[in-house]
Design a protein around this ligand. Structure first.
Ligand code: HMH
Length: 207
């Protein structure tokens, strides 16, 4: 029987690489360069648009008793998209920016998950949210203005929401055939790899 907790235990290195990155340490100390932070911010806004579409597909595949949590996540995504637009305005950033290749790849991955069985989609959805929940929380208190970003994904409500996502994924994985469980492992590892690459995008040469 596979659980989200087991995925983390089976692949600690992959998960560590997904959630511990110089980008986040530099946000903690305030030493992140504006162009690096802004690159992340714009690319993450573009990511969240596609992640919201993934939430829609997850809802479409979910059993009715999973609707409450997924719908609450979608309400939070609505607020998050508006918040991203506010943050971009404050920083005078152009959101009409092309996706970098890693962001493109991550969005393609999320799109193709629609063809996977629901337990795989639920596991990937949890992993994506948990990556930010941990990543922004693990460094400890961050320097302003980055504390606001850390709080968005590290606050107790969001943490509770992510735990709920793990419970829903676990419930599905419990009754999933072996082949589907394997697919969930592969999707988890793909999320971990793409998360690491996503942090790294901030270090691409400024254009
Ligand atoms: C890259 N992963 C990435 N961006 C996000 N906003 C989240 C996860 C969590 O929503």
């Amino acid at each position: 029987m596979l659980t989200c907790h087991q995925l983390l235990q089976l692949h600690p290195q992959a998960w560590h690489a997904a959630t511990v990155h110089p980008f986040l340490s530099a946000c903690k100390t305030g030493q992140i360069h504006d162009y690096q932070f802004n690159t992340w911010l714009v690319q993450d806004y573009l990511f969240v648009i596609d992640f919201t579409r993934m939430a829609g597909r997850l809802l479409a595949a979910a059993p009715v008793h999973h609707f409450d949590l997924i719908l609450s996540g979608m309400t939070a995504l609505r607020a998050e998209l508006n918040w991203f637009r506010d943050k971009a305005d404050e920083r005078h950033l152009d959101l009409q920016t092309p996706k970098q290749p890693t962001c493109e790849e991550y969005c393609r991955f999320m799109h193709q998950l629609a063809t996977a069985p629901y337990p795989v989609q639920a596991t990937a959805f949890w992993a994506i949210e948990y990556a930010y929940n941990q990543g922004w929380q693990l460094p400890g208190a961050m320097c302003p203005p980055y504390d606001e970003f850390a709080y968005r994904w590290g606050n107790p409500d969001f943490t509770g929401y992510v735990q709920g996502l793990a419970q829903q994924a676990d419930e599905e994985l419990r009754s999933a055939p072996e082949a589907v469980q394997q697919q969930a492992v592969t999707a988890f590892l793909e999320v971990a790899r793409l998360e690491q690459a996503f942090w790294q995008m901030a270090y691409a040469t400024p254009t």
